[in-house]
Design a protein around this ligand. Structure first.
Ligand code: PSU
Ligand code: MN
Length: 302
């Protein structure tokens, strides 16, 4: 039920750097055709940075680790309207022979199963705002799976203070990458200070080795702020998020549909600048993830 692309298999067998990429950001997080372009550019970025990309999705009941162009095109095909699978949905999608884009939680668990140690995405899910108790399974997978997830922080549409507390309770190691503050996805600042900071890929890789080699602990969240040039001002973002949350409330959007709805609303209300920023931060994360994967792989050689 799991198929690892040959190129990915070879890299893993030879101990070379591999970076997992998720498919929900492609299928549900961004409009067409920006999504397909980003899917290709993320893979190219990982390659240019010296690692092998492994985009993960479930197609016809097979968990695929490493996708070809046809598979990427299937993910974004508006006619298909592919499902969104979190970790707990994966067995059903496999058993029924269905297609699904995988979220951070599902991607993490499949990546780890294949032997991949580093994963790049845009922003992780977390604790939603309000009193709904909508908490992303991303947090639980992070706690459980020995994988480094490189992101630009939890998505700004979330309750960031509660998400930061939940990460701490779950014993997820959060490493600021060149920052001492939790980045807020579209913006570089959140006002939430971090306990731990690293300033390069070698330092990050050393933390991974200590966490997994010695301590046998779970996931690491590497938070990498969006590049300055494309960061959006927090006051603007907050204003758009309030409008997005109000629209979701009026239209009674909840559960799985909520995150895609909010992101789509942000894309529209920002006149596309939220999409440009989302793509830029994901590209930056792919680069940093490849550097960390290389540092981790070469340290294992020593
Ligand atoms: N990061 C992005 N865009 C996205 C997502 C992350 O830049 O669309 C997706 C990820 O797949 C993440 C999911 O796992 O949103 C969270 O959804 P939920 O809140 O329903 O768990
Ligand atoms: Mn949810």
């Amino acid at each position: 039920m799991i198929v690892i692309a040959e190129e990915v298999q070879d890299a893993l067998a030879e101990g070379r750097a591999v970076v997992a990429l998720e498919s929900t950001i492609i299928a549900h997080g961004l409009p067409f055709p920006d999504n397909l372009r980003l899917a290709n550019e993320l893979e190219a970025q990982v390659r240019a940075s010296g690692a092998v990309p492994a985009t993960i999705a479930i197609l016809q009941g097979q968990a695929r680790v490493g996708l070809d162009q046809r598979a990427l095109e299937r993910l974004v095909d508006p006619q298909i309207r592919i499902a969104k699978a979190g970790a707990s949905d994966v067995p059903v999608v496999l058993a029924k022979g269905l297609d699904a884009a995988t979220t951070v939680s599902a991607t993490s668990e499949l990546a780890a199963m294949a032997g991949v140690r580093v994963f790049a995405t845009g922003g992780i899910g977390g604790v939603h705002r309000g009193e709904s108790w909508d908490v992303s399974a991303d947090l639980l997978s992070l706690a459980k799976v020995p994988l480094a997830v490189v992101c630009a922080g939890p998505k700004a549409i979330l309750d960031l203070p509660r998400t930061a507390e939940a990460l701490e309770s779950l014993s997820v190691l959060v490493l600021g990458y060149g920052t001492s503050e939790l980045p807020a996805f579209y913006s570089r600042e959140s006002g939430i200070m971090l306990e731990h900071r690293v300033d390069d890929a070698e330092q990050a890789a050393a933390c991974l080795r200590a966490r997994w080699g010695l301590m046998k602990q779970g996931g690491v969240l590497v938070v990498n702020p969006v590049p300055e040039a494309l960061a959006l001002p927090r006051s603007k973002v907050d204003h758009w998020i309030e409008q997005a949350l109000q629209a979701a409330d009026e239209q009674q959007i909840s559960g799985k549909a909520l995150t895609p709805f909010l992101l789509q609303f942000m894309a529209q209300v920002s006149g596309g600048s939220a999409v440009a920023t989302n793509c830029a931060l994901a590209m930056h994360n792919a680069k940093v993830a490849a550097e960390i994967a290389k540092a981790y792989a070469s340290a294992l050689d020593d």
